[in-house]
Design a protein around this ligand. Sequence first.
Ligand SMILES: Nc1nc2c(c(=O)[nH]1)N[C@H]1C(S)=C(S)[C@@H](COP(=O)(O)OP(=O)(O)OC[C@H]3O[C@@H](n4cnc5c(=O)[nH]c(N)nc54)[C@H](O)[C@@H]3O)O[C@H]1N2
Ligand SMILES: Nc1nc2c(c(=O)[nH]1)N[C@H]1C(S)=C(S)[C@@H](COP(=O)(O)OP(=O)(O)OC[C@H]3O[C@@H](n4cnc5c(=O)[nH]c(N)nc54)[C@H](O)[C@@H]3O)O[C@H]1N2
Ligand code: SF4
Ligand SMILES: [Mo]
Length: 898
Amino acid sequence: MTCTTCPYCGVGCGVIATPGDESAPNRLRIEGDPDHPANQGRLCVKGAALAETVGLEGRLLRPLMRDDDGQAQTVSWDRALDRVATDMRRIIDQHGPEAVAFYVSGQLLTEDYYVVNKLVKGWLGTANIDTNSRLCMSSAVAGHKRAFGEDLVGGNYQDLEEADLVVLVGSNTAWCHPIVYQRLMQSRRERPEKRIVVVDPRRTATCEQADMHLPVKAGSDVWLFNGLLTYLEEHGVVDTGFVANHTGGAAEALAVARADGGRLEAVAKACGVPVAQLQAFYALFARTRKVVTVFSQGVNQSSSGTDKVNSIINCHLFTGRLGEPGMGPFSITGQPNAMGGREVGGLANTLAAHLELDEPAHRQLVQEFWGSPSIAREPGLKAVDLFDAVHDGRIKALWVMATNPVVSLPDADRVREALRRCELVVVSDLFADTDTAAEARVVLPALGWGEKDGTVTNSERCLSRQKAFLPSPGEAKPDWWAVSEVARRLGFEGFGFEQPHQIFDEHARLSAWRNDDDGMRRAFHIGGLAGLDAEGYDRLRPCQWPVPQAGEHTPRLFQDRRFFHGDGKARLVPTAPRAPVNAVDDEFPLVLNTGRIRDQWHTMTRTGRAPRLASHLPEPFVEMHPYEAMLCGVQDGALVRVASRWGAMVARLRCTADQPRRTVFVPIHWNDQRASDARVGALVNPVVDPLSGEPEFKHTPVMVSPFPVDWHGVVYSRSPLQFEGSEAPAYWVCIQGDGFLRYELAGRGRLEEPHQWSRSLLGFEQQPQWLEVGEDSAGDYRAAALAEGRLLACAYLSPRAELPSRSWLNRLFGKERVSEADVVGLKLGRSVDPADDVGATVCSCFSVGRNTILDAIRDNGLTSVEGVGRCVSAGTNCGSCQPEIRALIEEARLAEGA
Ligand SMILES: Nc1nc2c(c(=O)[nH]1)N[C@H]1C(S)=C(S)[C@@H](COP(=O)(O)OP(=O)(O)OC[C@H]3O[C@@H](n4cnc5c(=O)[nH]c(N)nc54)[C@H](O)[C@@H]3O)O[C@H]1N2
Ligand SMILES: Nc1nc2c(c(=O)[nH]1)N[C@H]1C(S)=C(S)[C@@H](COP(=O)(O)OP(=O)(O)OC[C@H]3O[C@@H](n4cnc5c(=O)[nH]c(N)nc54)[C@H](O)[C@@H]3O)O[C@H]1N2
Ligand code: SF4
Ligand SMILES: [Mo]
């Protein structure tokens, strides 16, 4: 039994992992850690499905090198590391250190992150190291620094529970931070007077139980919060003492807020919400002292992201609502170690231990501490610019670690092109077949979750251990080790680390070093954790920084009303609102908004392997208002093409009135390994916030058009299928099942020989039992392959979109032996027993389908989510499907009435 931390979102839940015993060695048990402060025993479905994602299938187990023709061969670590070091040395000698860059990730452990930053900033002497946190938290970082003088999140999750009003801005908390959402809902059940407001252009699952949803126009948040600031002032809701003694800039911030249409009508117009609703929100905020404003990517990922952040913080500073229980602005982090990355200065414009690159005294402090030969003199290139520099040849060597930029950066086709032009691309990943690793010269096998050892810090500054409880597979190594080995090969001292606790110790000591000196004081201080030996490090329990002395930790910052600008005060920042950079026009009339779905993590390299997680929303999709769909001539359930000036993709249309008019929403997850053409990053405009450099992921002008196809198909196979050249269907998506892969297909033109085509696709030239119902009069083709009663494969092709029930086929593929009735069903293309069709999965934790829930509601007259839970278990574990269950209850009620 090992206490560790979940590798997914920034909630940072404690996990207890118990490897299987002798009878079932592969059966890893995963439970929530009841003693972890973040989750107190709970886990969401992604955490609960962790055991399904640690298998070794597809893992890269030895270093890989590719030659000029793209031929890959596995090599020894020595050879791979020598190659990386030699090429880097040559490039540096010829072109200087700025020709080398690193692109790392908030999914590295703090120790990995620390070492790679030390190498780049302290020894290579460049700051060309940026991280995917640039795409995620950098606007929050920039906003915090402007407001507080340091990148600080003062509050904690308990504040959300204690607040009387929680405003969720640009955050789909129910899906993206499910355990925080559960805690919030639990606190509301205990105190029904508590209010929850969601600010989001879409009506998301998070809105389901909110008291108010403000469907603001994309990009209009600064107007909203400037309007609020003006309202607060006009209504005398100001903490004058606090503003006078502990802040600066109030007058300037107010002047700008007022100047730019602080009036209700103007704000309502700019935000596209009714005046009455706006007034109700402002009044609620004004009269509630205990307010927490949670913000996330609807705020950060914007060309005015930093201003959005400060416009929110301004309202809290003006009313003195921070630093006490139940109040404050709260930036919720995305990745498991977004916060840890900031502690070690992972961004191209920061230095280790919350010190600043552009402060000469800070640079000197770090250089002295490291005893390094040089230190970066100026900020390096931020992610989008960094890949531009790769594209135009200024950067000639790039090492990418724990991130998949060919999928996740804006203008992603250009990113791929940049990698293809680059002399040396090194990728450290768990898998050799990610869209990014596929472009690398050298691919280094990293240890993954359950194998690696180190620390992470969550949204509430809580530092916890991630521990190894599985053996290191093959020759995979920790990322810090690979970096240290290259450093040594480059002849650098200071990288003699043998175990992660040594790195952690150095990091902790640096945080304390001269922390009390004039001009050096910073809140980030974990000196109390310095000096831990391996055993002490293993015993480390979750704690919230600052930890200046052993045993002391800090659940809440700013209680002393001291901030970290030179004068110890906070700043209100004038934020003049501005519209997103690229406006819609006749050619690209719709706004593309992108984000996450409940059961997938980013580019799906891990969650895509868990059958349980694949079942909720198995196919890439585009959400659109039904009326807008009509105007575009596209139909619900059909394939559509979405195109922008930067790129295009194909996915299935889902019409929903939850999506505002003139906009579409596309999830970020699908990559080129899982689908023919569904990388939404290819479409996203590479516009960034001028201060933070964070991309405008939530706003790209696009057009939507039909993607006509002539046939549809679903194919199940026990092994991966290869679609080659002209044989490839126009559309395919690969969905992980339990012991099989399911392919949804669609193609153009007439499939001349479906028999030949499916046989060669499935690789069954001589199959023991091949049930085939050739093409019938309606043009349907059905075939299935069995061996000793077990299904090996099946293929259903049709000119119409109606194909056999997938939940039924999933079940048949789960059987060791199919029955005679099943065989009849396979030939008919439908089950002979209608009860077999449980419908699409709603509850992933217990694999409960839509039809099962609807039947239970109808048969038992259920009217509540709790009732459904008691009856069929759905919604009783992580609870994130409860909004969908509620919708089904409503659907059943309406059907009953009709
Ligand atoms: N299931 C799941 N959970 C995750 C992740 C995952 O991949 N899958 N990733 C993690 C990571 S790294 C992150 S960063 C977080 C992100 O967590 P969230 O920020 O909650 O997630 P998103 O879906 O990116 O975006 C949030 C919302 O912003 C809204 N939005 C768009 N434009 C605007 C706007 O102009 N104003 C406002 N107010 N809202 C707007 C979108 O409609 C969307 O609903 O999730 C973390 N948790
Ligand atoms: N359109 C659009 N794009 C977005 C966003 C959006 O909202 N819209 N959101 C952005 C945000 S907030 C984020 S955080 C990014 C996330 O985007 P990415 O960081 O690109 O996504 P991941 O799939 O998490 O990539 C992590 C990679 O690291 C590998 N990996 C996992 N563990 C380890 C390890 O220990 N070591 C190593 N070396 N590798 C490991 C995984 O296999 C995977 O390939 O996407 C950004 N892109
Ligand atoms: S909320 Fe879910 S994904 Fe996030 S840390 Fe907790 S278990 Fe992991
Ligand atoms: Mo993120």
